[in-house]
Design a protein around this ligand. Structure first.
Ligand code: GLY
Length: 268
């Protein structure tokens, strides 16, 4: 599928409109009322008060495209898929739907012919393996199976991979399930998944099931609310949909690179 970043952004927001989500504008990259971070690092950042229980004027189902500055993976910036400034597409349940709808709708958006029409053979997922703070997320694995994801494409990983938040030191967080796209040569082998073969799978979307709060003592407490926070990297999904192997080959960068080449008088 040939698709521009503008078309993809629109398609994502249109999809969530069909699921009764209100579209909200991106907050500025410099947070307005959050002393815990210098920049908005994720779609969740400007929404923290609402994840904690404040009523959002637009309701309990939101979707957006948040401009983010992220430096935790600075070492990887400059490779084919990591950026320090990027746009994150997200949908939000503020104590509304939870895992069942979130997973089914993500699968629908990715694979339905009228949306992204990605072949399920190109997709794999990871779910939280469980530890002393929270149990293994078998529910999410079952829900992926119901979508048709075969068991060998579901990997169970620990907190380093499958836990998201809080954005600062404390606050809402929880296990996540992550969706990956095959970027290896040919077709993935039967046993390949993002746990066993991580270099050949690119994360394109994560669904965080925010059912926990981390406190100052570093403890993870069950939260009184259940929220969903998803994050899909706009530049990454445009890359894989266009069948190119680097974010720099997408329309996001094409004009800038062409101008630089013109000014430099040489091709990069
Ligand atoms: N949705 C969580 C994140 O990746 O920012």
């Amino acid at each position: 599928m040939k698709i521009t970043s503008r078309e993809l952004r629109q398609k994502f927001l249109d999809f969530w409109r069909t699921k009764n989500h209100q579209i909200i504008a991106s907050a500025p990259v410099v947070p307005e009322n959050d002393p815990t971070v210098l920049f908005n690092t994720a779609g969740m950042q400007p929404l923290v008060p609402y994840l904690l229980g404040q009523e959002h004027p637009a309701g309990t189902r939101l979707a957006d495209c948040q401009k983010c500055v992220r430096t935790v993976d600075l070492e990887e910036v400059g490779d084919d898929s990591h950026l320090s400034f990027f746009e994150m597409l997200g949908n939000w349940s503020l104590n509304d739907y939870f895992k069942k709808e979130s997973i089914a709708w993500s699968w629908e958006f990715l694979t339905a012919p009228e949306w992204l029409n990605i072949s399920p053979t190109k997709l794999a997922v990871t779910v939280f393996a469980g530890d002393n703070d929270a149990p293994r997320d078998d529910e999410s694995a079952d829900l992926w199976s119901q979508c048709g994801v075969p068991p060998h494409r579901i990997a169970y990983l620990g907190k380093k991979n499958n836990w998201w938040g809080p954005a600062g030191q404390t606050g809402p967080c929880g296990p996540d399930t992550e969706i990956f796209y095959w970027v290896g040569e040919g077709e993935p082998s039967l046993e390949s998944n993002p746990g066993s073969d991580e270099d050949n799978w690119l994360e394109i979307w994560n669904n965080v099931f925010m059912g926990y709060l981390k406190n100052e003592k570093g403890e993870y407490l069950k939260a009184p609310r259940h929220n969903v926070d998803t994050g899909m990297g706009l530049e990454r999904i445009v890359t894989v949909l266009n069948g190119v192997n680097t974010i720099y080959a997408t329309d996001v960068f094409a004009e800038m690179i062409a101008k630089l080449e013109e000014l430099a008088g040489q091709k990069f």
